[in-house]
Write a protein that binds this ligand. Structure first.
Ligand code: FMN
Length: 421
């Protein structure tokens, strides 16, 4: 990674400032009380909300401060994505999946995926493959960079399945056991696996696999509540995640369709899981991490933020931002069965002002440019912008402009217009 460290520090400083503003918008919505009672929540998070400790747990030696976790997403969860997940509160980030063969054959592209900055940690680097020795060797090559090594055992992409990797492994519980055993023997860092509930509806074997994985010493398990054959169709099945949690003694992270506060709260309560993995709902929507974290805190009546300097420091800037209010905001605290949740009010994506979104996104692009250069960054940014402003009134009339962005200036101009509109 060929970036200017000083430039990165400057961007991080700006990012912390804008996260304080984000907090202000959200805390306004939640009507957060600043109690002066004892709590394990840090005094002053200084724009890094991942420091807030709430329902924290450990993956072996790694502290996971809160349950809100950013899912691995190939083509998406890069350095910028992870930084933009962490500072708004996400407790653990994941890399995009990287091929174990690419690592052992020293492919620069594969190593590029594994490079981390200090600003996205703790981070699990995810690898995939089909051979226990190769995966273990690959893990040892990157273990120094990673806080955790995660092994993908759920990917449904045909190209990956063809190589008997990813979700294919669910057909071979013994191979799963071998892989974990070898990797655990080879490296010192914690080892986790990300699974689906089975190959197809006739072969749901997550419970046996979870026991094998635990038996071989895996340090935590993430479960996407779908079969491999399902891809992304249908709904995530939380029943099996709940069962997994009830039979293992290691942390369990739930994944699948967690896209709003109601759902997050419901999945935690229903499954008893330790962590919640947020995937698609966080694309172009990094605010969701703080929204969920604050929402979970408030709903647990556990928001005792001591001497919250953040609030004092930023109060003056507040008027620059138009706060989007809902007449009936109390509804967001009406936690009913998450699976029935009505998205309109509880999907907190819509509770951020376009002003703040635009500033946030411009900064996102600056990070992307720093890591990838302007050409690549602006191309990737087009789709991110589409996700960020999804649902905005009249967006269809502006959206085609996103695909004409070729430079930073083009993007800045569009974002300025989005602020005004
Ligand atoms: C574009 C995309 C890429 C993904 N890439 C990975 C990956 O590299 N490794 C992995 O374990 N899961 C991957 N996933 C699965 C997610 O981590 C997550 O388990 C799944 O999307 C369900 O969660 P969600 O409903 O919150 O999106 C990917 C999902 C999407 C949508």
């Amino acid at each position: 990674m060929d970036y200017e460290k000083k430039e990165l520090e400057k961007l991080i400083f700006k990012f912390k400032e804008i996260n304080k503003l984000l907090f202000l918008e959200l805390s306004d919505f939640y009507d957060i009380n600043f109690k002066d009672e004892n709590s394990d929540i840090v005094d002053d998070v200084d724009g890094d909300f991942s420091k807030i400790k709430f329902n924290s747990f450990k993956i072996s030696s790694v502290n996971i401060n809160n349950p809100v976790i950013a899912a691995p997403m190939a083509g998406i969860s890069d350095n910028t994505y992870r930084i933009f997940a962490k500072y708004p509160g996400c407790s653990l980030t994941f890399s995009e999946m990287v091929t174990s063969y690419g690592l052992i054959y020293n492919h620069a592209k594969s190593f590029e995926i594994t490079k981390l900055t200090d600003y996205e940690k703790p981070c699990a680097i995810q690898i995939f493959g089909n051979d226990a020795n190769v995966i273990a060797e690959a893990a040892s090559l990157i273990e120094e960079n990673a806080d955790i090594i995660d092994i993908n055992m759920g990917c449904p992409v045909p190209k990956v399945l063809k190589t008997k990797s990813g979700g294919y492994l669910l057909n071979e519980p013994e191979t799963i056991g071998k892989i974990i055993k070898k990797v655990k023997r080879k490296i010192k860092k914690p080892v986790t696996v990300k699974l689906r509930i089975g190959w197809d509806e006739n072969k749901i074997n997550i419970l046996g696999i979870a026991k094998i994985a635990e038996g071989e010493g895996v340090d935590a398990i993430s479960v996407h509540g779908r079969t491999v054959k399902q891809g992304y169709s249908g709904k995530a099945d939380y029943e099996y995640i709940k069962k997994v949690k009830s039979i293992v003694n290691i942390p369990v992270i739930a994944s699948g369709d967690i896209d709003n506060l109601n759902k997050a709260k419901w999945v935690m309560e229903y499954t008893g899981c330790d962590g919640l993995m947020i995937g698609r709902a966080a694309r172009g929507n990094p605010w969701i991490f703080l929204q969920l974290l604050l929402g979970l805190l408030v709903s647990n009546n556990n928001l005792n933020i001591k001497n919250y300097n953040v609030k004092k420091n930023i109060i003056l800037k507040k008027n620059q931002y138009t706060l989007l209010k809902f007449a009936n905001s109390g509804e967001a605290n009406d936690f009913t069965n998450g699976s029935e949740a009505n998205d309109s009010l509880v999907n907190l994506r819509f509770l951020i002002s376009n002003n703040l979104k635009a500033d946030y996104m411009l900064l996102y692009l600056k990070f992307l440019i720093l890591f990838k250069g302007e050409g690549k960054a602006v191309k990737e940014f087009r789709k991110i912008l589409g996700w960020a402003f999804k649902g905005k009134k009249d967006i269809s009339s502006i959206k085609h402009e996103f695909f004409k962005i070729n430079t930073f200036e083009d993007a800045a101009k569009i974002l300025k217009n989005l602020k005004c509109s």
